[in-house]
Design a binder for this molecule. Structure first.
Ligand code: F6R
Length: 616
């Protein structure tokens, strides 16, 4: 949430910063700004609106300097105005600072500073932080930035990723991290730091991740960044290598990242399975959790936590694991779990599911579980993000960078990873019938091709249906069993990018309330596969039709009977029930995408949202 880029080196900073901001804009796009430093003066430009507006506004202006910091904002404190945009300048004009996160004791710091006659001009906690650091520096009898930063941040509570410039220290960039991620790209006589690898990868793939409560001083004259702990001893930072390439973070000819990512699903699923399925005998191997298998097998239950789409993946995980492993599974919203004093103890296993690996609530839920002695695991996409760093073991989904704010390929890759986990645990515990085990693995291996065919086949028909959705105000999504979470996911996709109100329900629950919403012509999307609940779902469809609802069925290829029940039918290939969510979600993703585009919505950057939610 919020994107930060910082640069120091031998090149002009401004174009690099703007380019970096564009790559990070999916993290927040309420306002944007940058500061550069040249010959003892800052050049600061900032304004409400997107990075492109900022880039346009500085075109032809002087933005001098070979060091700079920049920010794209998702507003927390203060509305998205020019004045609240980052960077913020300290009262003495010595520090220009950008910040991601929330300073929780900002009212306290503000009053403290006001007593010293230091007042803010914006409504932000970030400006207070800039003043606070400058004030601590003024009081300190040291010129060492390491000391000043330690002292200043000893008085700061909350979460932060901070990048700052100092007017009288040309070339110096200071980074500070608590909770909000920051990584430092290591170039040749230059450093480019950011909250996300997407801004760094075009320049270098060699990086250092700042850990919790760490800060770093970067200067082109220093061969290595000086990394130090805010509270503890400094460590020698580990260099890491990012395997993503630049093409994977560009649109590659697609009009939107979301569409590109929808069509990348075959590859994402393939990459998630790569090296994890052995032939003869067919079996799943998950190296990332092998060291903790004993504890997983001994656990009386598994708890899955996540938010949004990842929470929906967890719900499918519950069906998969309970059916194939016969172990009770609890699925929790991470945000609820962490605040309700959950009954978790040493024997428990808590698995956090998160595309970004940075979602504040999921990370906090895992930390809580760890404090109580549970084994914590992560199912994440972003390599080196906070969740895999803090968990004891886990599974990377390897979906590749997901830039579109609406999660698509991460969802199907999460389902793939959860299926592998269930198959693996089921085999080790002998709870899964061998024939079913082999059949599911064989079918899983065919899924990348089936996903590609389904997308190809349904793209146009879904577009035609989307045309009818342009002016609807409500849509109901129904599914049962494995496909109930898919109904939730379909509704979420439509809401978040097209701003049409949508609800997902277990089909049989409809008659307990939502049926009252149905009137003439209201679209109701029903996942009605030829599976164990087919007849039941047909009855639910009849109930919708009887009230004038317009039924769009997602059905199994070859099922002609369904045509007498539904107004429109979108077919997906026949596949065993546990794997079906990976296919049924595809038309729902496409429908949300096309509807949003036809309604003129900003698909990749829907209003009020940000890609990774690093605040509570
Ligand atoms: C919806 C969406 C969000 C995320 C949620 C969790 O399309 O993307 O609901 O799923 O914010 O994010 P991660 O998975 O990064 O923890």
């Amino acid at each position: 949430m919020c994107g930060i880029v910082a640069y120091t080196g031998y090149r002009e900073a401004a174009p690099l910063l703007i380019e970096g901001l564009k790559r990070l804009e999916y993290r927040g796009y309420d306002s944007a700004g940058l500061a550069t430093l040249s010959e003892g003066r800052f050049w600061i430009y900032k304004q409400a609106g997107k990075v492109s507006a900022l880039a346009h506004s500085i075109d032809g202006k002087v933005v001098a300097g070979k060091a700079g910091v920049a920010h794209t904002r998702w507003a927390t404190h203060g509305s998205p105005t020019d004045i609240n945009a980052h960077p913020h300048l300290s009262y003495d004009g010595a520090i220009a600072l950008v910040h991601n996160g929330i300073i929780e004791n900002y009212s306290f710091l503000k009053s403290r500073l006001e007593r010293e006659g230091i007042h803010s001009i914006s409504e932000t906690d970030t400006e207070i932080l800039a003043h606070w650091i400058a004030w601590v520096r003024q009081q300190a009898s040291t010129a060492s930035w390491m000391e000043i930063i330690k002292r200043a941040f000893a008085g700061v509570e909350g979460t932060f990723g901070v990048a700052m410039l100092v007017r009288d220290d040309p070339g110096l960039v200071i980074l500070v991290r608590r909770f909000s991620p920051l990584l430092i790209g290591l170039g040749d006589r230059e450093y480019i730091a950011a909250s996300d690898a997407a801004a760094v990868v075009p320049h270098t793939r060699e990086v250092i991740h700042l850990e919790e409560d760490e800060a770093a001083l970067l200067h082109p004259d220093m061969a290595e960044p000086e990394v130090f702990g805010l509270r503890e001893q400094s460590r020698t930072p580990q260099r890491e290598y990012i395997h993503w390439d630049v093409a994977s973070i560009e649109r590659g000819g697609y009009p939107h990242f979301m569409l590109k990512e929808i069509f990348e699903q075959p590859q994402a699923i393939r990459d998630c399975m790569r090296g994890r399925i052995r032939q003869e005998p067919l079996e799943v191997r998950l190296g990332g959790i092998s060291s903790v298998m004993d504890r997983i097998l001994a656990a009386p239950r598994l708890t899955l936590v996540g938010c949004g789409t990842s929470w929906h993946a967890a719900l499918v995980g519950e069906y998969l694991i309970e059916q194939l492993v016969r172990v009770p599974v609890e699925v929790e919203y991470a945000s609820e779990f962490r605040y309700r004093n959950p009954v978790i103890s040493a024997g428990d296993v808590v698995i956090g599911i998160s595309q970004s690996g940075e979602t504040a609530d999921t990370l906090a839920a895992l930390r809580l579980a760890k404090q109580r002695g549970a084994l914590i695991l992560g199912i994440t996409n972003v390599v080196g993000s906070s969740i895999p760093r803090e968990t004891q073991a886990g599974i990377y989904i390897h979906a590749g960078p997901e830039i579109g704010v609406a999660s698509t390929k991460a969802f199907t890759a999460q389902l793939t990873a959860l299926t592998l986990l269930a198959l693996h645990l089921g085999a080790v515990r002998y709870t899964i019938d061998r024939n079913l085990h082999d059949l599911l693995i064989e079918k899983l291996l065919t899924l990348p091709d089936l996903v590609a065919q389904t997308l190809e086949k349904l793209h146009q028909p879904v577009y035609e249906i989307a045309k009818q959705f342009v002016s609807v105000t409500n849509v109901l999504y129904l599914g049962r069993g494995y496909n109930f979470p898919v109904a939730l996911e379909g509704a979420l996709k439509l809401k978040e990018i097209s701003y049409i109100h949508a609800e997902g329900y277990p089909a049989a629950e409809m008659k307990h309330g939502p049926i009252a919403l149905i009137d003439q012509g209201m679209p109701v999307i029903v996942i009605a596969l030829r599976d164990s609940l087919y007849e039941k779902v047909l009855s639910n469809i009849q109930e919708v039709r009887a009230r004038g609802g317009r039924v769009i069925a997602i059905a199994t290829e070859g099922d002609e009977d369904i045509q007498t029940y539904a107004d429109e039918v979108l077919y997906i290939p026949d596949i065993p029930e546990p794997l079906s969510p990976i296919l049924t979600v595809l038309p729902l993703q496409l429908l949300a995408y096309h509807t949003a585009v036809l309604r003129g919505c900003d698909v990749d950057q829907p209003r009020n949202l940000a890609k990774s939610v690093t605040v509570e």
